[in-house]
Write a protein that binds this ligand. Structure first.
Ligand code: ADP
Ligand code: MG
Length: 294
């Protein structure tokens, strides 16, 4: 099924995020630009959650980063008929305005906390800097940091203020990252493979935490993952990406129960089933998918 319908939620006057015909290419020396994202449409309402699912290299992260122009331009070349976030025309904004959008409207949690946390700064300094930049009105910054550490499930948060990233486990680091992203109260959180680097038991805890926080903060969430097996309890809708395009989109339950596109079907086949002794790991039949794409 070629996706004629955009990944549309219930109609609303102005969605939080509106993407029309987004294209991202990367300049290459001595070759044509590499097209990473090839014309995608996406809408997201306030408080809604969407999973963007697809294998590595399908353009998920490039899409996410382009929403606040975090991709270096050049080599990236970002074009769209429309790219609006919380009423901002993202492609027309200058750096200064974009810095305000990051944090206030949109925040990110990435796969590797170690690449996002500064190893020489304490938890207090890292979260404190985010607060100073985006919520300067807060007088008692330490109290606010402790409040967020508590919210993300960090025990003895007062003690943790003075911790450096290496003194924390991977799961704890990811919780600090989440606290840092959420303390600015963004309208949209992008979690890009947030649990891929973590042990399976910790993965579940972090996903549960994201689900709880999204509900209690009434925030929108885009979960990016290559694993269709973790989206069921997290996302209202799914958009399946394949080679820079959205090939299928719809409510999570419908897609999981009745995937239409052969690529989605192949991704689902790759999910190890709970309770089955031997997970069925199928190779993806790319020839068939290419035929379906036409
Ligand atoms: P995903 O997140 O789905 O794994 P990405 O969005 O990271 O995929 O990448 C999509 C494509 O764009 C890949 O082919 C990747 O090599 C390319 N790409 C991503 N970032 C850059 C960059 N900074 N420079 C050049 N090519 C890039
Ligand atoms: Mg990625």
């Amino acid at each position: 099924m070629e996706s004629a319908t955009p990944a549309s939620p219930a109609p609303s006057a102005s969605p939080l995020l509106k993407i029309r015909n987004l294209r991202i290419a990367f300049r290459r020396y001595g070759a044509d630009p590499a097209e990473a994202v090839r014309g995608i449409d996406l809408d997201l309402n306030s408080g809604e959650s969407l999973a963007i699912v697809g294998e590595s290299g399908s353009g998920k992260s490039a899409t996410a980063l382009s929403l606040s122009r975090l991709l270096p331009e050049p080599p990236a070349l970002i074009e769209a008929d429309e790219l609006s976030l919380a009423g901002h025309d993202i492609l027309k904004m200058n750096d200064r305005a974009l810095r305000k959008v990051r944090g206030k409207e949109i925040a990110y949690v990435f796969q590797e906390p170690t690449t996002s946390l500064n190893p020489v700064l304490t938890v207090r300094t890292q979260i404190g800097e985010a607060l100073a930049l985006h919520r300067p009105e807060i007088k008692d910054r330490d109290a606010e940091i402790v409040r967020w550490l508590y919210k993300v499930g960090i025990t003895e948060p007062e003690k943790r203020l003075r911790s450096y990233p290496h003194e924390l486990s991977g799961g704890m680091q990811q919780r600090v990252m989440i606290a840092m992203a959420l303390c600015c109260q963004p309208k949209l959180l992008i979690a890009d493979e947030p649990t891929t680097a973590l042990d399976v038991t910790i993965q579940k805890q972090i996903m549960d935490l994201l689900v709880d926080l999204r509900a209690s903060l009434n925030m929108s969430l885009i979960l990016i993952t290559h694993n269709l097996g973790i989206v069921e309890d997290v996302a209202d809708r799914i958009a399946v990406m394949f080679r820079g395009k959205i090939v299928e989109t719809g409510p999570t339950k419908e897609i999981l129960a009745n995937p239409q596109h052969p690529y989605t079907q192949a991704l689902l086949e790759c999910v190890p089933r709970m309770g089955s002794k031997r997970p069925r790991l199928h190779a993806i039949d790319y020839a068939e998918i290419e035929r379906a794409l036409g």
